[in-house]
Design a protein around this ligand. Sequence first.
Ligand code: 5GP
Ligand code: ZN
Length: 142
Amino acid sequence: MSDDCIFCSIVAGDVPSRTVHEGEHTFAFLDVNPLVRGHTLVIPKEHYETVAEMPDDVRDAVFTAAGELTPAVEEAVDADATTIGMNNGAASGQEVPHAHVHVVPRFDDDGVGPLHTLDWPRPDLDDEEFDDVAEAIRDGPQ
Ligand code: 5GP
Ligand code: ZN
């Protein structure tokens, strides 16, 4: 538990939330400022900032919970689909530094577009640059 973390305070029950799931390692609740009705956050109960910081069993539990909750979220608001994602680190826009998976209901006619419509710079990579990136990822953190 991190003392000044809003999501740790929610897990502890010190800050109220509209809880929709609680497991051994996991907790899920409605986003207080939803992008759309039914917007749900799935988090580890323990404080980890990013996806990589979570131990394997915790990360597995978080993504399993997100997967299992998704049909319930969709049915609750009669959604046609969901966008599921994390802002993972401050540079990506993560505002609450306690890892969380967003489960956001989507509708056939919502006009929001896919994750690809974020304002990406879209680099023009040649074969060597693709190969270098793939090799660096395969090598893992040094
Ligand atoms: P981030 O930008 O870090 O990926 O998303 C943080 C999310 O947490 C935002 O969508 C925001 O609305 C939500 N949030 C921030 N504070 C609270 C809170 O106190 N309660 C709830 N339920 N959601 C919160
Ligand atoms: Zn926390």
